[in-house]
Each structure stands twice: as structure tokens, then as C-alpha cells.
Design a protein around this ligand. Structure first.
Ligand SMILES: Nc1ncnc2c1ncn2[C@@H]1O[C@H](COP(=O)(O)OP(=O)(O)OP(=O)(O)O)[C@@H](O)[C@H]1O
Length: 245
């Protein structure tokens, strides 16, 4: 698939190599109780960092804290070098795209209406997912789960984010659809988006990610270059052992 997508808003386009989002000593949780401890992360423009780990390991909490939806108990999150505490909507205005675990679409609206509600031009979403075009006049509730997720991802990518946080895009979807979604994420990263991807499918995450951080009980227990770990997904899966989250 060839296309040209220009990420970044007019303010300051992201440059390859610069850290777009960073966390230092990030501890975050709920009601003052940490679910994530002393988490460090740097993601450059054009890079995908996959967060892996068993259910309850703290991946979603990490994304929520990076997004500004959960306040840090300690540590900092910096967005374009700005380490001040910012809410989700403030970070969204500076180019954060966030896909939460819940499918981010309006079921009663048509596909086209959903795309029009995004920050970008619907045509850009269709450049990522041309197969959606024939379904845009249908109510989204009538589309398949994969089509709904393509719509949700396409809408966020159409907004030309500088940072994409994506939480379990592949939840409940067939492997081919997952591949399709992750390929679009890779394409966006190749055009300069900094991506933090929470994913349950280890092999597929390793196939598109540049780096990997494996979490267990709220801490990073393993990290490395995806290319070095591709031949040993079992080494990662060992951290998933039931009850070991
Ligand atoms: N809203 C909440 N209030 C209180 N505790 C929460 C809340 N959300 C998550 N937790 C707890 O925080 C811990 C980390 O959960 P989190 O959802 O971040 O893990 P996860 O790795 O994303 O798991 P999953 O893959 O199941 O989403 C768990 O112990 C969970 O029970």
C-alpha cells in the first residue's frame, strides 16, 4: 500500500529521532494505590514501542497515565519535552491520538458520520483503509468488529497525530484483521508517528514493533529490540504465566 500521510499538526512537526513522549519514574494507579511502578519509556518519532504482559500487568494504566487520564502518583510524563501535568484533552490538542480498549466508535451513526467527528479529513482514513469506503453509509453497529476497529483507527490516524497510544486494537478480532490494523499502525509510524502499542498477540506485536517492554505486576521486567526477540516469543510468554501478573 503506498500513500503519503503527513503526521503532526502545523505547530511543530515531529522529526525522526526526537523523543516525542517520555516517562521517567512513572508511578500511577487508582485511589492512591499504584498499579504501575517506576516506569520509564522513551518513544521517538517513527518508532513503535509495544507494551506486552498478562492481564492486569498494568499496561492500560500506563497508557492512561501517558495520555493524562490517570494522574501520576510520582514521576513525570513529557510530551514534546513538556513535563508539566496535562489532561487528555490538552495532550489531544498537541497531537495525541488515543484508542482505548473500548471500541471507540458511535454505533448509531454511519461510518461517514463517525469519520466526520474526528479531527482530520475522512479521506485520510480511507487512504489507510480503502476497504471501508463501501460501508460508510451503514450504521456502524451493523459493521463487523474488524471494520469498526478500522474505522476507529482510521479516524484517529486521519487526525495526523504525533503520538498514537493504542490499547489492544486486536481484542476479539481475527488474525488477518489484526495484521491489517497493525500494518496501518506501522505505516503511520513510518510516516513519523510515535506509537505505544498495547498488544496481547506477542508474535504480531513483535512483527511491527521496534522495541518491546514486557510488564508484570506493574513493573517492566524485560525490554529490548523487537528484532532481537522475534525468534524467542516464548521468552516473553514466560512472563505471562497464569497468576504471575
Ligand atoms: N479503574 C480502576 N480502579 C481500580 N483498580 C484498577 C482500575 N483499572 C485497573 N485497575 C487495577 O490495576 C491493575 C492493572 O490493570 P491494567 O488494566 O492496567 O492492566 P492491563 O495489563 O492493561 O490488563 P488487561 O490486559 O486486562 O487490560 C490491576 O490490578 C487492575 O485490577
Amino acid at each position: 500500500m503506498t500513500q503519503t500521510v503527513t503526521p503532526g499538526t502545523a505547530e511543530t512537526p515531529s522529526r525522526a529521532g526526537e523523543f516525542v513522549i517520555e516517562a521517567r519514574g512513572l508511578t500511577a494507579g487508582y485511589g492512591g494505590t499504584p498499579a504501575v511502578h517506576e516506569f520509564d519509556l522513551d518513544v521517538r518519532a517513527g518508532e513503535i514501542v509495544a507494551l506486552l504482559g498478562a492481564n492486569g500487568a498494568g499496561k492500560s494504566t500506563t497508557l492512561l497515565a501517558l495520555a493524562g487520564e490517570v494522574s501520576p502518583i510520582a514521576g513525570t510524563v513529557s510530551f514534546h519535552g513538556d513535563g508539566r501535568r496535562r489532561s487528555l484533552h490538552q495532550r489531544a490538542r498537541r497531537g495525541l491520538g488515543f484508542l482505548t480498549e473500548e471500541r471507540c466508535v458511535f454505533m448509531q451513526l454511519t461510518g461517514w458520520q463517525n469519520l466526520k467527528l474526528g479531527r482530520g479529513r475522512p479521506e485520510v482514513a480511507l487512504e489507510f483503509f480503502p476497504e471501508l469506503e463501501e460501508h460508510l453509509t451503514k450504521k456502524v453497529g451493523l459493521l463487523s468488529g474488524g471494520q469498526q476497529q478500522m474505522l476507529a483507527l482510521g479516524r484517529v490516524l486521519a487526525g495526523q497525530p504525533r503520538v498514537l497510544l493504542a490499547d489492544e486494537l486486536s481484542l476479539g478480532l481475527a488474525p488477518l484483521v489484526v495484521e491489517r490494523l497493525l500494518a496501518a499502525v506501522r505505516l503511520a509510524a513510518d510516516d513519523g508517528v510515535a506509537v505505544v502499542l498495547v498488544e496481547q498477540h506477542v508474535r504480531q506485536a513483535l512483527a511491527v514493533a521496534d522495541r518491546v517492554q514486557v510488564m508484570r505486576r506493574g513493573r517492566v521486567v524485560m525490554s529490548g529490540e523487537a528484532a532481537d526477540l522475534r525468534d524467542d516469543p516464548e521468552g516473553i510468554a514466560a512472563h505471562y504465566i497464569s497468576g504471575a501478573s
